[in-house]
Write a protein that binds this ligand. Structure first.
Ligand SMILES: *[C@@H]1O[C@H](CO)[C@@H](O)[C@H](O)[C@H]1NC(C)=O
Ligand SMILES: *[C@@H]1O[C@H](CO)[C@@H](O)[C@H](O)[C@H]1NC(C)=O
Length: 256
């Protein structure tokens, strides 16, 4: 068992305008990661990398489709706020702003609409719509829950990108306990992998990358948030993984 160290990185400072505190948790716009069936995705290589065609493919891989402006607005009205422009249905680009801020959305509230793009080779993020519950990722606040790769115990599919954001009560920690693990093996874990972050995003607090069929040790967070990111490429797939997280009361459960 090991306690992961919280590493504040330079990247955190560089992207500081998209970040803030809520309920004592430092987070970025992925706080409310999905609402009313709408969710935001970026390319596996980072922000603003997807052409219109690639954006459509990202949604389709997860069983969804590009969100319409109306669907994005419905999500916004229940709190969906993301400071990143993404492709929408029929080549429109925009993003949902709930709370006016100087650094995002030109101080306005609503859908910031960049209109229909004539140049479909421009690169943005994407907003997908999938009204049926996605089993790939989500925001988890339960005290204990099992997380598994999409389709588990069947093999996972190619081109999966799943984010699980775990948030338990302030003062608690999170213990990850792996039950099964079989993810395509390669020396640097570049093809398929599970990343664990000791933070509420995948920018700071990197705690480990796992692939292969070696069952990882338990991991305990330093705070009350954790992020898991699972990514599969376009070739081999494997059995997948299953793990359970449990909230620990720091005062009672001694963590060394
Ligand atoms: C379309 O956008 C891409 C990416 O920004 C750019 O490289 C290309 O020159 C643009 N094409 C036109 C016709 O403006
Ligand atoms: C942690 O503390 C809360 C509130 O005091 C309690 O309800 C819960 O059962 C405790 N959990 C564990 C695992 O001890």
């Amino acid at each position: 068992m090991r306690v992961v160290a919280l590493l504040w990185t330079a990247a955190l400072v560089l992207t500081a305008d998209a970040w803030g505190f809520r309920d004592g948790v430092f987070h970025n716009s992925i706080w409310l990661e999905q609402a009313a069936g709408v969710y935001h995705r970026e390319s596996r290589s980072g922000r603003y990398q997807l052409t219109y065609r690639e954006a459509k493919a990202v949604c389709k891989y997860e069983g969804g489709r590009l969100a319409t402006l109306q669907q994005l607005e419905a999500a916004r009205q229940i709190g969906f706020h993301i400071c990143a422009a993404g492709w929408l249905d029929r080549g429109r680009v925009g993003y949902p702003i709930v709370k006016a801020g100087a650094n995002c959305g030109f101080g306005r509230v609503g859908i910031i609409d960049y209109g229909y793009r004539l140049n479909k080779s421009e690169r943005w993020d994407v907003y997908c719509y999938n009204p049926t519950a996605k089993e790939c990722g989500g925001v988890l606040t339960e005290q204990q829950k099992t997380i598994q790769s999409p389709g588990f115990p069947d093999q996972y599919q190619d081109h999966q990108i799943c984010y699980w954001h775990i948030r338990v009560r302030l003062g608690q920690r999170i213990r990850l306990h792996f039950l099964e693990f079989d993810v395509e093996d390669d020396t640097a874990c570049l093809a398929d992998f599970l990343d664990v972050y000791d933070s509420y995003d995948d920018v700071s607090g990197f705690a480990g990358r796992f692939c292969g069929d070696y069952l990882p040790d338990d991991i305990i967070s330093t705070g009350n948030v954790m992020t898991l990111k699972f990514l599969s490429d376009a070739s081999v797939t494997a059995g997948g993984f299953q793990l359970q997280y449990t909230a620990l009361n720091a005062s009672k459960d001694s963590v060394h």
